[in-house]
Each structure stands twice: as structure tokens, then as C-alpha cells.
Design a protein around this ligand. Structure first.
Ligand code: PMP
Length: 475
């Protein structure tokens, strides 16, 4: 047998990667989002800047998608990550825990007055949403409430890419091809999106009452005793561009859920951990969720991590039943991720970055309004903390979005990138669904001078896009 002789050539079976094969940027082995366009290669990321392989530097004004909350390349986080890897790089959470995972849960939960009792860490926001769906179902399963099997979520929401999380989502461009694979146990009610959907003759209070009525009707249609939970983002991120709900909306939602014993799940993967100017976005809504998710600002991009925070009520439900949440992923609460996130959270607390985020957010809002309000195609400027969306409309009166092929938001984003500032483009409109936008989410450590540059460049990029439309230069 030739394989027993270490000096003999190992026979080749099937595919063998060649050591001499030249990998060129024209032939990437990585499957990118688009097979037609390769993304830029980033060779260095530090503070608020990204350096590209071309040598060009851009300001990262969106932190990926609202991820980099303390900026890039923070030495304290790097040291904590290395230190963790020296001591424990991996253990399975079915049998062990680590002090990083425990301390991370504690730094988030200790002293919270909201009855959030336990945390559960996974690798991404999508996984967190899937875990949440299972946890919520199990809460009822443990009590023998087997008929509870439905979720109600909202149109124009985004909860993730996995089959469960995508079932909850209603981001049509990302969802439509996979419809047959998705859960049939999820239905969707209207978003709380005043700029587009509050009627001109309606007060904010009446709009909230209409939305609350629709939710109640949906619970009635399904049979409230069959509903597990209502799921919503307190500030809608990726799909509509930083849309906070009208005042009183979440209080009404909480009330209706409580009426029928339905759980309230809040997805703070994007807007949580300080991004909105409070540590949790729900704190500005005067409600408390039964289960919630956090993600991007948790690890700040230093390692893949997201989390599920579970209320005392749901933990008790499990404890009174089997006492087991049988959802074991190989890499859950990974030590590297937990140690990195713990270092990020310590910095946020020590440097009072949530307060800073709120303060800088006010500054950003003033700058954005001064530079963009009243421009021909700027429909709405909205957000909280350092989480701001600018919505573009073809017609300020009707608020109709541009046709999808105009790609107005993408046009602004591409031009801003050329001019040296990275912002996050929104979904183009599909099937009459509205909302063409760009999103800004700089780190909480951003300086006023940097915000001035960001806003100046975004306004300039907008000017180019407006010019393209005016001149019919739309290819
Ligand atoms: N929920 C929300 C609100 C999000 O914005 C996202 C990601 N944009 C997710 C869930 C999914 O997170 P991930 O991409 O980490 O899976």
C-alpha cells in the first residue's frame, strides 16, 4: 500500500488544489454577493478609516451595517482576544463555560431594571433570531400549549438570512426567490412607518390606533391562542432606513400581546447596544420585551457574535418545565467572540459611549438637516443616536419612490464612496413597496470634524445623483 510509505507519492483521488495555481483578483474563489462585480479589498482598517488595496482611504460612516461601534483596530480589544486565545480557544458549551462568556452576560444584564435575566450567545443576528423563535415556541411547549405555533412580524422588516429569520423578514428583494422554503407559520402586518404610510388626515395617535387595530385583527384571524409572538425591530434598519415607530406604538403593541398571552420579541440586532442613544432601543419606547436579540454593536465587528436576552418570565417557563433549552451550536458563546465582545462592552461603559453616541447623534442630525432638508429628492431625514436614514423620493407630494432601476440610494452611495465616504445603501423599491434610502451609522467615538466631512460628502454625492436624474443620465 503506497500510502504506508511516507516518502511515496500519495495517490490522488479526484480534486487536488494545485499549489502553483495563480490566484488573481480577476478569478476570485470566494463566492461574492455579485458574480459580476468584485468588492474592493480592504488592506487595513483603523479608527474610522478603511484603506483599500488601491492605496485609497475612505471614511467608514456606516461601520459595515452599523457594526463598528467603537471604530476599527482597537488595541484593547485585540489584546483581550489574544489573551483569551492563549488561555482557552475553544470548549463546547454543552459541557463547559468560560469566564469571558459569563462576564459578557453579566456586563450586559447586571443591574438592568427590565427583568432581563439570562443571555445566550451565537455567531450572528440570523442565528439569534432562529434561536429566539425556538425559545419562544418552547416557552409554550413546556406548559403544554402546543397549539401556539404562529408568529406575526411586519412588512418591510429584516431579521436575517437563515430560513427561520428570513421567514420573519419581509425584505422582498432578499426573500422572494426562497418563498417556497420558508415557514408558513409567519404572517406580516403593516410596518410602523409614518413618513410613508400615515395618512394626511390622520393624527399620530390615530395612526397608532389603526396599526394596533390591524395587529389585533391579525391575532383574531389566526386565533390568539395559536400565536407565539409578535416580532419587530424597534427601529427598522436595513429595509427602510432607520425608521423609529410613532410615539405610543410599542406601548399599544405590548398591551395587545399581553391581552392574549402572546410574547413580544424585539430585534435589536442593528439598533441595540447604544446605537440609538440608549443602551437598548426599547428604553425609548416605554416597554420591555419578553425576549430580545442584540448583535452588531455587541462585538463591534471584532469577532462574530450576537445574543439573545431572555426575560425572567421566559426563563421561569423553561425552569418550570424540562429546564433544558436544547439548542446547541458548536460555536455558541465562542471564547474568542465573548472575550472580544466583553472588551468592547467594557470600553462602551468605561468611556460612557452611549451618552456620547446620543450627543454626537444630535450634532449629526443638525448637520444633515442643514445640508439636505428641502433638497428636491430628499423626502425624509430620520433616526436616533448615531443611526440615521435619508429617504429619497421622486415626488415630495406623493412621496412616491424612484423606479427601482434609477437606484437613487445606490447612486448616492456609489458617488459618496468615490468621494471617500462609505455609507450603506437601502433596498430599491419592489412591487410598489416604498423606501429608497441611504443609512449612516458612524462609530460612537466619531469626532465632530469627521461628521462634518461625512455630511459634506453625502450632500455632494446627493447633488451628483440629483444632477443625473435632471439630465436623464441614468445608465
Ligand atoms: N436583525 C436585524 C434587525 C438586522 O439588521 C440583521 C442584519 N442586518 C439581522 C437580524 C441579521 O444579522 P446577521 O446578518 O448578523 O445574521
Amino acid at each position: 500500500d503506497p500510502t504506508l510509505d511516507p516518502h511515496s507519492a500519495i495517490p490522488s483521488y479526484g480534486f487536488q488544489p494545485s499549489a502553483t495555481q495563480k490566484i488573481t483578483p480577476r478569478n476570485p474563489a470566494l463566492l461574492h454577493r455579485s458574480l459580476a462585480h468584485e468588492p474592493d479589498t480592504v488592506t487595513h482598517a483603523g479608527g474610522i478609516s478603511l484603506t483599500l488595496s488601491s492605496g485609497r482611504t475612505v471614511i467608514d460612516a456606516c461601520g459595515g451595517a452599523a457594526v463598528a461601534c467603537i471604530g476599527h483596530g482597537n488595541d484593547e480589544v485585540l489584546d483581550a482576544a489574544v489573551e483569551q486565545m492563549r488561555h482557552v480557544s475553544y470548549v463546547h458549551t454543552g459541557a463547559y463555560t468560560t469566564s469571558s462568556a459569563e462576564d459578557l452576560a453579566a456586563i450586559i444584564l447586571d443591574g438592568n431594571p427590565y427583568g432581563l435575566e439570562k443571555a445566550f450567545f451565537v455567531g450572528s443576528g440570523s442565528e439569534a433570531m432562529d434561536a429566539t423563535m425556538k425559545l419562544a415556541r418552547q416557552f409554550f411547549y413546556e406548559r403544554g400549549n402546543l397549539e401556539r405555533k404562529n408568529f406575526v412580524a411586519r412588512k418591510q422588516s429584516y431579521h436575517g438570512t437563515t430560513i427561520g429569520a428570513m421567514s420573519l423578514s419581509s425584505n422582498l428583494p432578499r426573500k422572494v426567490p426562497y418563498e417556497p422554503l420558508l415557514s408558513k407559520n409567519v404572517s406580516h402586518v403593516s410596518p410602523a412607518y409614518a413618513y410613508q404610510y400615515q395618512l394626511p388626515e390622520e393624527s399620530e395617535e390615530q395612526y397608532v390606533m389603526r396599526l394596533a387595530g390591524e395587529l389585533d385583527d391579525e391575532f383574531q384571524r389566526l386565533g390568539p391562542e395559536t400565536v407565539i409572538a409578535f416580532v419587530a425591530e424597534p427601529i427598522v434598519g436595513a429595509t427602510s432606513g432607520c425608521v423609529p415607530a410613532p410615539a405610543g406604538y410599542f406601548r399599544s403593541v405590548r398591551e395587545i400581546c399581553d391581552r392574549y398571552g402572546i410574547l413580544l420579541i424585539l430585534d435589536e440586532v442593528m439598533c441595540g447596544i447604544g446605537r440609538s442613544g440608549s443602551y437598548f432601543a426599547f428604553e425609548q419606547e416605554d416597554v420591555v420585551p419578553d425576549i430580545m436579540t442584540i448583535g452588531k454593536g455587541l462585538g463591534g465587528g471584532y469577532a462574530p457574535i450576537a445574543g439573545v436576552l431572555v426575560s425572567e418570565k421566559v426563563v421561569r417557563g423553561l425552569r418550570d418545565g424540562t429546564g433544558i433549552f436544547n439548542h446547541g451550536q458548536t460555536y455558541q458563546a465562542h471564547p474568542l467572540s465573548c472575550a472580544s465582545a466583553l472588551a468592547v462592552q467594557k470600553i462602551i461603559k468605561r468611556d460612557d459611549l452611549v451618552e456620547r453616541c446620543k450627543r454626537m447623534g444630535h450634532f449629526l442630525e443638525r448637520q444633515l438637516r442643514a445640508a439636505l432638508a428641502g433638497r428636491k429628492y430628499v423626502g425624509d431625514i430620520r433616526g436616533r443616536g448615531l443611526f440615521w436614514g435619508i429617504e429619497f423620493v421622486r415626488n415630495g407630494e406623493s412621496k412616491a419612490s424612484f423606479e427601482p432601476w434609477v437606484e437613487f440610494g445606490y447612486r448616492v452611495q456609489r458617488k459618496a464612496f468615490e468621494l471617500g465616504v462609505a455609507i450603506y445603501p437601502g433596498a430599491a423599491t419592489v412591487d410598489g413597496v416604498r423606501g429608497d434610502h441611504v443609512l449612516l451609522a458612524p462609530p460612537y467615538t466619531v469626532a465632530e470634524a469627521e461628521l462634518r466631512v461625512i455630511v459634506r460628502v453625502v450632500a455632494e454625492a446627493y447633488g451628483f445623483a440629483e444632477g443625473d436624474v435632471e439630465q436623464g443620465n441614468l445608465i
